[in-house]
Design a protein around this ligand. Sequence first.
Ligand code: MG
Ligand code: ZN
Length: 208
Amino acid sequence: METDVLAENRHLADHNRYTLRGAGVRSVDVMGTTGAGKTALIIKLSKIIMERGLRVGVIAGDVTGQDDYDRFQEAGVKAFNLNTGKECHLDANLVDKALDSIDLLDLDFLFVENVGNLVCPADFPLGTDSRLVVISVTEGDDMVRKHPMIFQDADIAVFNKMDLAEYMGVDVERVKDDYRKLTGGKDLMPTSVRTGDGIRELVGRLLD
Ligand code: MG
Ligand code: ZN
């Protein structure tokens, strides 16, 4: 049963990838816990990408409500609200339906903000070009060790709210080291939306 669900999701993810690439839209699935700063980070990245002349949209995924959707709209980022109802993660079927209501020819880049969760999104690829996982220093320094699956699965991992690292007493090098060992040498990207540190490097990775 579970295998069927995951296989069906992979099939629909392939379909979404075909749709997005066919429309010339680059896309990234942004995963991470509630409170890691996904929404603020996406707003910051969107503004820089828009300054470079690209048209950006965001699918705001949440279990219920439209708080993130409102934040995107208020910040001037074109957003589409996507509620899961009760599921704690987005899946390719939900994204497929959302894409049906979006004029993809109006977009060059699409962020998909996943539901705040570091567990099941790893099992449900959405068909985006890449997957980004966001953790923040306010969650401590053991997140990579506690959630190896999602860090192995993601193409890019961000350590956000670095401006609070010293205040939180977080051992940043330890987290970087955990990630390096888990992924066979990849570098965790430190960012701070408040100071802007690491943001341009991250845009570079996304547009690479
Ligand atoms: Mg959010
Ligand atoms: Zn879930």
